[in-house]
Design a protein around this ligand. Sequence first.
Ligand SMILES: [Zn+2]
Ligand SMILES: [Zn+2]
Ligand SMILES: [Zn+2]
Length: 149
Amino acid sequence: MRNSPVLEKIKQEGYKLTDPRRRLAEVLEATERHCTIEEIYDLVNSQGFLISQATVYRNVRLFEELNLLVKIDLGDGLDRYELKTTEDNHHHHHHMICNYCKSVKEVHGDFLDKLEAELEDKYDFKIQDHNLIFYGICSECKKRMEKNE
Ligand SMILES: [Zn+2]
Ligand SMILES: [Zn+2]
Ligand SMILES: [Zn+2]
């Protein structure tokens, strides 16, 4: 069997590795996008598989319950999901969104620990999470703009 951390975890938690779960794990591990549940459904079925919407939705919820998928907010009002990359409960990356092509790039590392500690001290507020998105112009769009000048 293909080495898949997602499938390992599902098995560990005592769930069966059904075809839809394998398929879902496979597409999620292959995609670099931050997908809505509709996009996940399309990806799962993109190679002629016929897995019902209800099954896909149910398994997305299961993956979420098992802490394999996390819901993220990229500021567009849609619920998007991405695979959780660490065991740790704190996320370890942020997103840069291009204002022109809307592409999403990941920034690895969380740089806010120091800031959070300062805020906690200053306001006596226990910070549990934060939401940070960088907006700007991606390198492809920058190149395209320079060419068109
Ligand atoms: Zn762009
Ligand atoms: Zn991400
Ligand atoms: Zn962060």
